[in-house]
Design a protein around this ligand. Structure first.
Ligand code: NAP
Length: 252
């Protein structure tokens, strides 16, 4: 039986841990070949790739590789895309998942110039750099996908949770809408997925038990999101069935 993403090549940024890890695994389970990007945690990235390469469906050789690249650095982003194309051939799917949230600086008054700049460099410029490469390199007419991981905070900002983070995600969402318009006629779509609180390193960093419980309780399902709640949404947008969704943001 043909799998929905058979023959597709995907880059998932920040796929060594958390949501990105699950997206990489999920795309691979649906048949895609995946480049697992990371910035520092090589060991965990390699475990993700080896999990994919050990999938029962991986009889046809290597299905995942790792690539260290800081998404905020243009030359490293170019190398990431070069490596994907050299290893697997033409690219179809780019998931801009890599992101940072500096839990030390939650309010604007507490945010340093350096933290503001670094947050925008990774969460916004990083998505710009990868989207620019994607728009140039994904074959026009081949059903390409650019999927950017935003945050529910953009629609419902919470004071004290990363002002720079929320602002960077808002800018990134607008960039995605512009990109979708610019790519009209190319059969490349661009969308955002904007999860609520998901149980990952990023969410738990610097949080008290009471805060974790309060956030979980505030969700309509009265629990934190799981990485498994997010990855299928991305896989749907990446598939042929997701073709009609463009310039949108799915929230949860
Ligand atoms: P996480 O557990 O902290 O993982 C972050 C990932 O991004 C890691 O793989 C990390 O690589 C990578 N990364 C960080 N900076 C990078 C850079 N400059 N270049 C390349 N990779 C980089 O975070 P997460 O919770 O899974 O979040 C994933 C995405 O979902 C982020 O965009 C985040 O804003 C968004 N999101 C998260 C939540 C939540 O509640 N968790 C909610 C909404 C949206 P290393 O392992 O090498 O450091």
């Amino acid at each position: 039986m043909t799998m929905p993403l058979e023959g597709r090549v995907a880059i998932v940024t920040g796929a060594s841990r958390g949501i990105g890890r699950e997206i990489a695994l999920h795309l691979a389970e649906k048949g895609a070949k995946v480049v697992v990007n990371y910035s520092s945690n090589q060991g965990t990235a390699e475990k993700v790739a080896s999990t994919i390469n050990n999938l029962a469906s991986s009889g046809d050789g290597v299905r995942a590789i790792v690539c260290k690249a800081d998404v905020a650095e243009p030359s490293q982003v170019a190398q990431l895309f070069d490596m994907a194309e050299h290893t697997f051939g033409p690219l179809h799917i780019v998931v801009n998942n890599a992101g940072i949230l500096d839990s030390k600086n939650p309010t604007i008054a507490q945010t340093s110039d350096e933290d503001w700049d670094r947050t925008f460099q990774v969460n916004c410029k990083g998505v710009f750099l990868c989207s620019r490469e994607a728009a140039k390199r994904i074959v026009h007419g081949g059903g390409g996908r650019i999927i950017n991981i935003s945050s529910s905070l953009v629609a419902k900002p919470v004071p004290g949770i990363g002002a720079a983070y929320t602002a960077s995600k808002a800018a990134m969402e607008m960039m995605t809408r512009i990109l979708a318009q610019e790519l009209r006629g190319t059969q490349i779509t661009a969308n955002c997925v904007a999860p609520g609180a998901v149980a990952t390193d990023m969410f738990f960093a610097g949080r008290s038990k009471a805060s974790v419980e309060a956030v979980a309780k505030s969700n309509p399902f009265e629990r934190l999101g799981k990485v498994e709640d997010v990855a299928p949404v991305v896989a749907f947008l990446a598939s042929d069935q997701g073709e009609w969704v463009n310039g949108h943001r799915s929230s949860g």
